[in-house]
Design a protein around this ligand. Sequence first.
Ligand code: ADP
Ligand code: MG
Length: 237
Amino acid sequence: MTAEPKNSNRVAFDYAYSNTELFGVQEAYKAIRTNIVLSVIKDECKKIVITSSLQAEGKSTTSVNIAISLAQAFNKVLFIDCDLRLSKVHKAFGIARDPGVTNVLSGLATVEESIQATKFENLFVIPAGISAPNPSEMLASLKMQQLISKLESRFDYIIMDTPPINIVSDALPLAKIADGVIVVVRRKISTYTELDKALQSLKFIDAKVLGLILNDANEENTKKYNNSRYGKSSRYY
Ligand SMILES: Nc1ncnc2c1ncn2[C@@H]1O[C@H](COP(=O)(O)OP(=O)(O)O)[C@@H](O)[C@H]1O
Ligand SMILES: [Mg+2]
């Protein structure tokens, strides 16, 4: 595995989630949280998959923020980094990449060892784990299903961040067992053709698509809000 360049911190998660002064972001994610709460009606653990058609559309940004927002509403939340290939989310939480999903699935760590606390109350993370040669097989395995079933009794929400579905099939088995799938679309990156392809794949497996989230919305709004008290972060609207 190639070492990451030293200056790659910027990549990692200049995401806004941990910064409580970012009012706009917080408000946007509260609205998304409300929609999730209203869309997935069941008493037991609600399993939500966040995906998109292509890379860099904002899946990880969105899923981390959704997880934080749900935890802030007093839900016990588990975030699972199911992007076993290009996982970066552990950096956002300031935790190690392993032990994580791949360690548990391959018997190298226990579930307990893989669940890591975060600085957010009620929010726990299972990072991706060590690099594995067969991420698709791992996520589609019976062991993965068993892992999720085991965790369900302990959390109100399980949020799964996944790779892009038009590039690799990793997210599909998770989308199939989830109570809801959220598809992220990003201005200037997503295209109708790719989005349509992604939605077709989800339809094919009978996944329950809760809706789309438009990330990095319109430039006019960006300028407007950048100059307002809501600050730069309102791009997330
Ligand atoms: N709304 C946004 N405004 C600015 N930067 C963003 C926004 N959404 C995502 N990014 C940045 O784009 C990059 C890719 O986002 P990420 O969430 O990792 O996408 P994905 O998980 O879909 O590959 C990251 O560096 C992230 O900080
Ligand atoms: Mg990602």
